[in-house]
Ligand binder design. Structure first.
Ligand SMILES: Nc1nc2c(c(=O)[nH]1)N[C@H]1C(S)=C(S)[C@@H](COP(=O)(O)OP(=O)(O)OC[C@H]3O[C@@H](n4cnc5c(=O)[nH]c(N)nc54)[C@H](O)[C@@H]3O)O[C@H]1N2
Ligand SMILES: Nc1nc2c(c(=O)[nH]1)N[C@H]1C(S)=C(S)[C@@H](COP(=O)(O)OP(=O)(O)OC[C@H]3O[C@@H](n4cnc5c(=O)[nH]c(N)nc54)[C@H](O)[C@@H]3O)O[C@H]1N2
Ligand SMILES: [Mo]
Length: 781
């Protein structure tokens, strides 16, 4: 058989299996041209970093450089398979244009410097601001792509060292809604389910989740079930006819911005047909009566007119959900990046709760993560969360963390909920935030309304530090640029969507003077001379393993308990699911298997928020409604988005991903195979809409919203009428000619608006117009 070309055949050959069987192994490998497995000097264990699936891999090292990757056959997540981006993406590590020295801005120009000069500038500036304005002048914007050890260190520095409330992650753009939905329904973050549920389910339901392109190995697992005996039913909810939709038993293609109405309609049918596990609902939940009352207003006919989906399809979808015996639901950006994001994602939890689909093999919900290490940003508290899934509104939890850090409790700011990113940007815009340190994210491409973002980041009065492997669009605006070691060049742990923790070992040295993020952060802490209550240097750890040991202590007794793990154990065992502690030495496959939750008022991470306004619930209110710590069923009414299609902007614009690129392409754009597979931005539209606009495949079109314009080649088909789709991967770092590439970042078009509960910005709700750019038809770029 000819060898597979992963670009043209990204999911490879099927290895079918039946319910309850073990998913067969298939090991995928890609090595540098001409290299054979036998030539490799060393194989170094790690896991995938270009999505959240956590696929176990090994890095091939040849002559001190990364020279390929191979899947780990024994890994619980992927059974040897490797996503196409991971097969090729490692080449970015070896790119010629890696940052090799720090850069500082002198006379308006970024110029090479020493580490000492760069770090001294940062520390001096910090000290000055602390003295003049206090800690609220300083903020940190981090990632879902560092390691747990690094987030824990950043949280300790920002909250325990400096005492600023302004620390958030790009998880705000990514999985803030996953966390918010889990906190709403279970009073705590953490995925109930496990990837092995795919092996047992008799129905999959994917809500705004294009798993085929965004977690392709998980899709391979699903495809292998679909190709095997007794295949599961599949529901897809997505306005595009994705690969998932093509394989689906039922495909609902709602108008963007109507997810909550769809969900209320599905729940209306599930309740009306009494496909309800009343025993489970009575025993394990509170709030069912509110849901009953709410969804009574959403009969399929009404929902059909809101969502532009036939009422009959809604009934079919509800029946699929209602009759399943082992139902696995997943949710991702089609829900999270829309308005009413948390409210809609919570209704998926409600489907699972009313159907009693928790804690058994094949049953559950994965409120998906996107980035490889987003789970750790949340656990460690490097976003708006309090370290260890503690509760900001519970003073005893803040005090406990202060004890662990040995700092005064008032050193940790907790007078208000922590500042979310969109608010930090507002403070920077207003001039109260004067220092922003960005690690491992590229906001000048990935945030909404880029013209505004550029004007905020470019201000003279804002001291901008950017820590990255490349001179990104954001780094180009910085006052100081710090060259970072990345995956493969440093050691640390990270946790995927289904709570599987992997150790990722250093395989090669970073290029030039680049340093691991952990070392850079600890260097800053020493220069700032942070001290604990006894005058000892804070944080006290000094390398990845000592940071991990410290993090374990902070996680002890919390839902994400890591105390049973160690580097040694992870080396020996590969991926292990938390909680892993004395009670669960092997790790934990499924949460809530015993119908018990982390929801006790004294223990829970969150008291919840109002789903429509986002107002936080009072502790007393929570205690009164949920004294026994059950799961919470919360209902919400549908409201239309703020910006809807109209005369001038008649289309709903959505944005998202292709299988070949990761985000702003800093890695995948530097891998020749991936770059060639998707070299330029495009706009997807339906046959009918293209016809009406006089547009054909390959024509150059202009997509306009009230914020800006993007030029993109037209791709016709596989999307519902009235909707335009743009991939958001294409920034400007590699634009050589101005030409028609000058306007190509999707986020020139998106708006400054967010979900009131999770504060996640809306990347999938905007009104747009499209028109043909004259005399440019035909030729594709
Ligand atoms: N290839 C690749 N894989 C990735 C990434 C990547 O950049 N490239 N990034 C990783 C990260 S960080 C993330 S967060 C995940 C994201 O993974 P996904 O969420 O699967 O990806 P998206 O393409 O953002 O959006 C998913 C789907 O939402 C649909 N959608 C848009 N609007 C709506 C709506 O109003 N309702 C519904 N129901 N659906 C809608 C889109 O048509 C799209 O198919 O992918 C991860 N994996
Ligand atoms: N329109 C639109 N916009 C979106 C989305 C969408 O669907 N539509 N999705 C949103 C989502 S879900 C996400 S997650 C964001 C992603 O947005 P970004 O986080 O901005 O995307 P990346 O390109 O992954 O940027 C990560 C940066 O970190 C660097 N990096 C990688 N590893 C390391 C490391 O170990 N250390 C350091 N210091 N740097 C490192 C990379 O070189 C890269 O520049 O985009 C969001 N923006
Ligand atoms: Mo993401």
């Amino acid at each position: 058989m000819a060898e597979r070309n992963p670009i043209t055949d990204p999911w490879g050959a099927r290895t079918p299996y039946g319910p309850g069987e073990r998913w067969p192994v298939r090991v995928d490998t890609h090595l540098a041209d001409g290299l054979a497995e036998g030539d490799v000097d060393r194989w170094v264990p790690t896991a995938a970093v270009l999505h959240s699936n956590g696929d176990g891999m090994e890095i091939a090292v040849k002559d001190g450089r990364i020279a390929g990757v191979r899947g780990r056959a024994d890994d619980r997540v992927n059974h040897g398979r490797v996503d196409v981006k991971d097969l090729y993406g490692w080449q970015a590590n070896n790119a010629e244009d890696r940052l090799r020295t720090p850069l500082v801005r002198r006379d308006g120009v970024l110029q090479p410097s020493t580490w000492d000069e760069a770090m001294a500038r940062i520390a001096d500036h910090s000290k000055q601001l602390l003295a003049d304005q206090g800690p609220s002048a300083l903020g940190f914007y981090t990632s879902g792509q560092l390691f747990a050890e690094e987030y824990y260190t950043l949280a300790a520095i920002a909250r325990g060292g400096l005492g600023t409330h302004h620390l958030d992650g790009n998880t705000r753009l990514c999985t803030a809604t996953a966390a918010a939905a889990l906190k709403t329904s279970f009073a705590c973050d953490g995925q109930p389910g496990s990837y092995t549920d795919v092996d047992h389910a008799d129905a999959f339901a994917l809500f705004g989740h294009n798993v085929a392109e965004t977690q392709s190995v998980l899709w391979e697992r699903m495809l292998d079930r679909l190709a095997g005996p007794n295949p599961p039913a599949l529901l897809c909810v997505d306005p595009r006819t994705t690969e998932v939709a093509k394989a689906a038993t039922v495909h609902l293609a709602p108008l963007p911005g109507t997810n909550l109405a769809v969900m209320n309609g599905l729940l209306h049918e599930i309740l009306a047909n009494d496909w309800v596990d009343h025993d489970f609902v009575d025993r394990a939940t509170v709030g069912f009566a509110d849901l009953e009352k709410m969804v009574a207003d959403y009969p399929p006919d009404r929902v059909a007119s809101i969502c532009g989906v036939p009422a009959e399809k809604i009934r079919e979808a509800a029946e699929l959900l209602g009759r399943a015996e082992r139902l696995l639901c997943t949710v991702l950006q089609g829900f999270y990046q829309s308005h009413q994001a948390t409210a809609a994602a919570v209704q998926v939890n409600n489907v699972v709760l009313v159907r009693g689909m928790l804690g058994r093999p094949g049953c559950g919900v994965l409120q998906m993560n996107g980035q490889p290490t987003a789970e750790n940003t949340r656990e460690c508290g490097a976003d708006g969360d309090l370290t260890g899934f503690r509760n900001w509104a519970n003073d005893a939890h803040v005090a406990e963390l202060a004890r662990i850090w040995n700092v005064e409790v008032n050193q940790i700011p907790h007078y208000a909920p922590p500042t979310h990113l969109m608010q930090m940007l507002r403070y920077a815009e207003n001039g109260t935030l004067r220092f922003l340190w960005v690690t491992a994210t590229n906001p000048a491409v990935s945030l909404p309304e880029l013209s505004r973002i550029r004007s905020v980041l470019r201000q003279d009065r804002l001291f901008l530090v950017v820590q990255d492997a490349f001179l990104t669009e954001t780094a180009a605006l910085a006052d100081v640029v710090l060259p970072a070691a990345v995956w493969g060049e440093k050691t640390g742990t990270f946790t995927n969507t289904d709570r599987t923790v992997h150790l990722s070992e250093k395989a090669v040295d970073p290029p030039g003077d680049a340093r691991p993020d952990l070392d850079i952060l600890l260097d800053y802490a020493r220069r700032m001379d942070f001290r604990d209550a006894d005058g000892a240097p804070f944080p006290p750890w000094h390398d990845p393993e000592s940071a991990f040991e410290a993090w374990k202590k902070a996680s002890a007794g919390r839902p994400c308990d890591y105390t049973g793990l160690s580097y040694e154990l992870l080396r020996a065992r590969g991926g292990v699911q938390w909680p892993c502690n004395e009670d669960n030495p092997e790790g934990t496959e499924r949460l809530y298997a015993d119908g018990r939750f982390f929801a006790d008022p004294d223990y829970c991470e969150s008291y919840g928020r109002d789903l429509v306004t986002g107002a936080p619930a009072e502790p007393a209110e929570y205690r009164a409604t949920n004294p026994e710590g059950k799961a919470l069923i919360k209902a919400a009414e549908y409201l239309p988005p703020h910006e809807t299609p109209g005369d001038e902007f008649p289309f709903a614009l959505i944005t998202g991903r292709t299988i070949y690129h990761f985000h702003t392409r800093t890695k995948t754009g530097r891998a020749p195979q991936l770059r060639a597979a998707a070299p330029e931005v495009w706009v997807q539209m339906s046959e009918a809409d293209a016809g009406a606009a006089g547009l054909h495949d390959g024509d150059l079109a202009e997509v306009t919203t009230p914020r800006g314009t993007v030029r993109a080649r037209v791709r016709v088909g596989d999307i519902r009428d009235g909707v335009l789709f743009l991939p958001f991967h294409y920034g400007y770092w590699d634009v050589e000619d101005g030409g028609d590439k000058a306007d190509r970042a999707a986020n020139e078009l998106t708006m400054t608006d967010w979900d009131p509960v999770s504060k996640q910005p809306l990347f999938k709700t905007a009104a747009a117009a499209v028109s043909r750019v004259p005399d440019t038809g035909g030729a594709t770029t």
